[in-house]
Write a protein that binds this ligand. Structure first.
Ligand SMILES: [Zn+2]
Length: 177
């Protein structure tokens, strides 16, 4: 049968702890991180006390295992919070609005923080159909049937796109969508 001490050492090494002093250091670090500097001196006093007491092996094992688990969870929580804080929140669009500018409708996503994204492909106002891009032209599907005159080359379309964005920006700022 494997000695409990050997199991303990294996367990501690698996989470990166190599000594009793290391465990205390680990706990002190986590507690200071968790509670800030207010209790810094008290935490250090308790840590010194712990390092000086002589306890039976089973009590030491139980205490170390519990402390390690607690510390591991606490540190994981703190790291998770730090990671979340560093990342921009990918909040879903606050709302989606179709802006009509001349013969086209532009699908626009407006986010909570005020920024917006306009879909590059617009919609024919007359036929309510998403334009098709083929080669260098954008056209309404009804154009093929000669029911629509929306057929725009890519240079002109790029100009329409930036112009639409400008008008949409103005609308959003004035109406505070
Ligand atoms: Zn059309």
């Amino acid at each position: 049968m494997t000695h409990p001490k050997a199991i303990l050492i294996k367990l501690l090494k698996s989470i990166g702890v190599y000594s009793w002093q290391g465990v205390i250091g680990y706990i002190v670090g986590a507690m200071i991180l968790a509670y800030g500097g207010i209790f810094y001196s008290q935490i250090l006093n308790y840590a010194t006390l712990f390092l000086n007491i002589k306890t039976p092996l089973w009590a030491t094992i139980a205490l170390i295992v519990l402390c390690c688990l607690y510390t591991y969870i606490k540190v994981a929580q703190i790291l998770s919070k730090l990671n979340q804080a560093g990342q921009p929140s990918k909040s879903p669009p606050c709302k989606t609005i179709l802006f009509t500018i001349d013969d086209l409708k532009w699908n626009t996503k407006i986010y909570d923080d005020g920024h917006f994204e306009v879909d590059r492909i617009s919609i024919c106002l007359q036929h309510d159909l998403t334009l098709i891009r083929a080669n260098i032209d954008y056209y309404c599907p009804e154009y093929i049937k000669k029911n629509c005159n929306i057929m725009i080359d890519h240079i002109q379309y790029d100009l329409l796109y930036v112009t639409a964005k400008s008008y949409i920006d103005k609308e959003i700022r004035n109406k505070k969508c």
